[in-house]
Design a protein around this ligand. Sequence first.
Ligand code: ADP
Ligand code: ZN
Ligand code: ZN
Length: 748
Amino acid sequence: MKESNPNDFLIEVQPLGGFDKPLSYSISKDLRHEIKVGSLVKIPLGARKLLGIVWSLKGNKPNETTQIRNIISLIHKVPVLSPDLTNLASWIANYYACSIESCLEAMIPKAVRDGMQPKKRRLVRLADSSKDYSQLTKRAPAQFSAIEFLRSQKEPVPSSTVLSKIKTSQNTIRSLVKKGIILESEENIDRVVYEDEYLDANEQIVHNLQLTSEQKKAVSEINEDLESRQFKTRLLCGVTGSGKTEVYFEAMQMALNQGGTILFLVPEVALAPQTVSRIRSRFKNEKIVVWHSHLASGERADAWRSIINEESKIVVGARSAIFAPLPKLRLLIVDEEHEAAYKQEDNPRYHARDIAVVRAKLNDATCLLGSATPSLESALNVQKEKYQTSKLSKRVDNRELPLIHLVDMRREADKTKVLPILSQQLVEALRDRISNKEQSILFLNRRGFNTTMLCPECGHVESCKDCSIALTYHRTDGYLRCHLCGYRKPAPNRCKKCNSFDLKKKGHGTQRIEDIVIGLLPKHASVRRVDADMMTKKNLFRETLSDFRKGKIDVLVGTQMIAKGLDFPKVTLVGVIDADLPLRMEDFRASERAFQMLVQVSGRAGRGNRAGEVFIQTYAPHSPSIQFARKSDLKGFTEDEMDMRKEFGYPPYQHLIRHLFRSRSESKVEYYANEWAKILENKNIAGLKIKGPAPAPLEKIKGYYRFHFFYFTASVKKTIKNLGLIRSEFPLDPDVHDILDVDAQQIG
Ligand code: ADP
Ligand code: ZN
Ligand code: ZN
C-alpha cells in the first residue's frame, strides 16, 4: 500500500460499482485545487480499481489515519456532476429508498461513467509555410504534393482530408511529421446533437408576439421570482391555447440575462416536436441540447460534455434530463406537469416534477410548473402556499374554447341492442368535416388492466366501498376483486342499480376504429392511425404528424398520446370514443386522469381561426369528471375530487407507497405477502395506513406473480426508515423479491 503523506488532503469518494456509501481517500497536495465535489476519479478499492465521484472535501488529513489510501488519478478536469447533483443523489436515495449508485447510474451516462473520451480527429498544418521544399519533387513526390496542398490551406485540416485529396497513405504524413515539416494537433469533434431534426420546413414560427395582458402579468410574476434569487415554485395554470409557451420563453430569456442556465422538461420529446423547434428558433444563438432516449452513447457523452463545459445553457428533454449537470441553474420548467410520464417506473423510481422542485431548492432557483389541468398534488401545494400561482384564463386572441357535446351512449345502445362504437352524431359531424375540407381527430383510451363491469343501460360501475375504485372481473373464478384492499365477491348477473341483465364489456383497438371510420366516410377521405407501436418507429410517427399538419390527412385516429401539447390549427372536430374507460380503471386517480384527458383532448380542437367542436361519447354522462370537463371547470373538478381524496386519505393528502412482492412461484409470493402483513400488524407503525395484501391488477407479468400493499403516510422519510428496519429482520425466500415505489403513479 502506498504510504500517504501527512500533508495530504482528505476527501470522500462515492465509488461507481459495488459500494453504496462514500469512502475516505486522500489526495496529494498538488491535486488539492483541481479536485472538486463532483470530479470523476479513479480509486483503489480492495484489489480493484474503480471510478468514483468526489462526494465531499474534508480538510487536511490527520497524521494518525495512515491506513487511508490515495486516489489513483483524476479522470476529468471538469467535475462530471454539479455539486447540487451529489446532494440530490443523496436526497433521492433517502426518499425513494434506492441506492446512491442507482441514482448515479441515472445521472451519469454510461459512456461518461466508463471514462469515455471525446471523439478526436487529427489536424495537420505546415510548420513553416515560407520554406521551399522543391528538392522533394523527385525524391518524394507524394510528400511534396501534401506540402503544397497544406500550403494552400489557411487553417489546419484533418489528416484524412489530405489523404483523400492527394491520394496517398498515412506513411507520407507520418514521415513529414517525423521530419518536423508538418505539425499535428488534435481537435474534439462533437457528434452533432444540436442539429434540428424536428424543425419542419413548413412550420411557421411567429416571433415578437404582442403578449396578452394575462401573459404579461404572469411574466412579471415569474421575473420577480427569478430576481429574488431565492427558491420559488410557481404553477402556471393556463387553459389550452392560452400561450403558456410564450411565458416560458420570457422567463428563459430573463434567466439567461442573469447568466443562468435552464432546464426545460416535457413529458416525451417525440411528442413535443413543436415545442423543441419553437425553443430552437426563439433562442437561435444558444447551443440547445435535446436530451432524449434515442441519443447514441457517443452523442450522449458529447451533449454531457457541452453541458458541464458551459457551452450549452439550455437543455430540453424528458424526465431523465432532470439530471443534466447544468451549472448555475436558474430556471427549471416542467411543462404538462400533471403527466404521469414524469414518474420513472424503474430504479430509481423518482418523479421528475418533484425532483425539479428539490433541485430548484438546492440552487436557489425558480421552478415553473405549467399545465391546463394541474395535478391535485400541485393544486394542494398552491393551497398550502408552498407554490405560488399565475393564471392564464383565456385563449390567445380570445379564441373560443370548443363547444363540447356529450353523447349518451346508453341511448345509442337502445336502438340496436349492440354496443355501437361510433354514435350517429359523431359520424355525421365527421362527414361534415370531410365535405368542408376540415380536419378531425378521434381519440381512443388506453384499456384498463382488466375487465371492469359497466352497465350499458344505466352506466353503473361495480366498485369497492372501502376504496372507491372499480372492481375488476376475473374470468377464471367469476369473482369481482378490489386491487387495493383485496376485497372480493361473486360477480353479479344483473346490474345492482337498474336490474338490467346486460353487463357486457368491450374494448376496441385503434386498428378497428380506423377500419370502421374508413367504411363510414367517402372514398376520397384520408384516414390515418397513430398508436403505441408506431412510437418505436420514430420517423413514421413524425411523418404522420407532419402530414396531418400539412393537411394530407383528414382524420387522425389515435390514443391519448396524441393529445399532449400538439397544435393543429385546422382541426375543428375532436371525437372521444370512450370517455369512460379511465373512470372504470381500478385506480383512485381514474377521475383525475379522465378529466385531464378530456380537457387536453378538447384543447386540440379549434386552435386556428375556426371554432372547434368536441363530441364525448359516454355511458356515464352524469359522472362528475365528465360534467366538469364539459364545462372546462377546473376549479369545480379540483374541489370535488379533493373531497374524495381527503375522505379516503389518498394522495395528495397522504403519500402513497406501493410495496410490490413478486416471484415465479405463486404460492411463495402469496405466503410471504401474508407473512409480511402479519408482521406489519404486530408492529403497528404510527401514522401508517396499510391496505393489502392484494393481487396486483396485472397479477402475472413475464412469468412473475405479483402481490402488493399500499401504505398511506404523511411522512415518506419516516415511513421508509421504519419499514427498512422491519424489513431488514424479515428474510425473504430467494425466489421472492420486493420493491418499494414511493409516490407510486402506476398501480398495475
Ligand atoms: P398552450 O401551451 O398554453 O396550450 P401555446 O403556447 O401552444 O398554448 O400557444 C398557442 C398558440 O398561440 C401558439 O400558436 C402561439 O404561437 C400563439 N400565441 C401565444 N401567445 C400569443 C400572443 N400573445 N399573441 C398571438 N398568438 C400567440
Ligand atoms: Zn344498470
Ligand atoms: Zn377495496
